[in-house]
Write a protein that binds this ligand. Structure first.
Ligand SMILES: NC(=O)c1ccc[n+]([C@@H]2O[C@H](COP(=O)([O-])OP(=O)(O)OC[C@H]3O[C@@H](n4cnc5c(N)ncnc54)[C@H](O)[C@@H]3O)[C@@H](O)[C@H]2O)c1
Length: 284
């Protein structure tokens, strides 16, 4: 199936990004959220993102205007009736996602694809809320969506091959490269990335090197565009710790246990960039 009309739930960081890349790709998009203020914030982000592309000469003003015209909004999911694809990008809470998935499954055509952008919940568990779970799939974008080229297409137990193919096609249509992954904690990227960040935090805690030198080491020695500790600060040290705890619990292996450095910094209110300090200081 070719996606011509998309319904996105959640106008936050991820939802707005998904709307932006889809509208640019010529897809008609309806973005919903629970209140007008959240929709306004999401739309402002999209306008800013597209505006920057025009300023940098990467997009014509006419194409920006056309993309914005293709992006409509509502606080009522019914505005998205007729969508070929639903993507939920609501907060990472099972109960919120359950409500949205049940509603979308009953609103949309039986052959419409229903997808979640979840980073950590089980696609198999979420599939239980969708009538016709063979049409349910994970479509996991990376943050910030307009910049990051990867999409993990997550195969749930019941997901059909046709649904996987449609999800991969959609990812390619919006300019991304899809990889198909099993419904396993952290999928591929976070499963590999977060233990590496954790090892950097352990090296820091053990005094192997300073935070600056650990990051310089990985930038120059492993060609990372950004050091692992700066990346942890960007993600948020509380979120980094929570992701590692999920990996440890779900995979049942203590090797994923968060470094004490993460807990200590987070307990001191040093959550990374968002709080002004983490492994590094952002107050100036
Ligand atoms: N932030 C990341 O780096 C990242 C990366 C990949 C995937 N994800 C996943 O994407 C999802 C969204 O994350 P985010 O960072 O965009 O969150 P966010 O908090 O920025 O945005 C969530 C939005 O959903 C809205 N919302 C809440 N209840 C809703 C409802 N019932 N219907 C419609 N909208 C509702 C909120 O008002 C908010 O605007 C989560 O599942 C998260 O795990 C996040």
């Amino acid at each position: 199936m070719t996606v011509k009309k998309l319904l996105v739930a959640g106008a936050g960081q991820m939802g707005a990004g998904i709307v932006q890349v889809s509208a640019v790709a010529g897809i008609d998009v309806v973005m919903i959220d629970v209140a007008d203020e959240f929709i306004a914030r999401g739309l402002a982000g999209i306008e800013k993102g597209l505006g920057r592309m025009v300023e940098k000469g990467r997009m014509e003003a006419g194409a920006r205007d056309a993309a914005l015209a293709r992006s409509t909004t509502s606080t009522d999911m019914a505005a998205g009736a007729g969508a070929d694809l639903f993507v939920e990008a609501a907060p990472e809470a099972m109960a919120i996602k359950q409500g949205l998935l049940e509603k979308a499954a009953s609103l949309l055509r039986p052959d419409a694809i229903i997808a979640t952008n979840t980073s950590s919940l089980s696609v198999g568990a979420l599939a239980k809320f969708v009538t016709g779970p063979e049409r349910f799939v994970g479509i996991h974008f990376f943050n910030p969506v307009p910049m990051m080229a990867l999409v993990e297409v997550v195969r749930g137990e019941a997901t059909s091959e046709a649904t996987i193919a449609a999800a991969r096609d959609f990812a390619e249509k919006v300019g991304k490269t899809p990889i198909t992954v099993a419904d396993s904690p952290g999928f591929v990227v976070n499963r590999i990335l977060f233990p590496m960040i954790n090892e950097a935090a352990n090296a820091f805690a053990e005094g192997v090197a300073s935070a600056e030198d650990i990051d310089t080491g990985m930038k120059l020695g492993a060609n990372w565009p950004m050091g692992p500790l700066a990346l942890a600060d960007l993600v948020g040290l509380d979120t980094t710790k929570a992701i590692l705890e999920t990996l440890e619990r779900e995979l049942g292996d203590p090797k994923y246990a968060p470094s004490p450095a993460l807990g200590e910094l987070a307990a001191a209110g040093k959550l990374g960039r968002k709080s002004g300090a983490g492994f590094f200081d952002y107050s100036r």
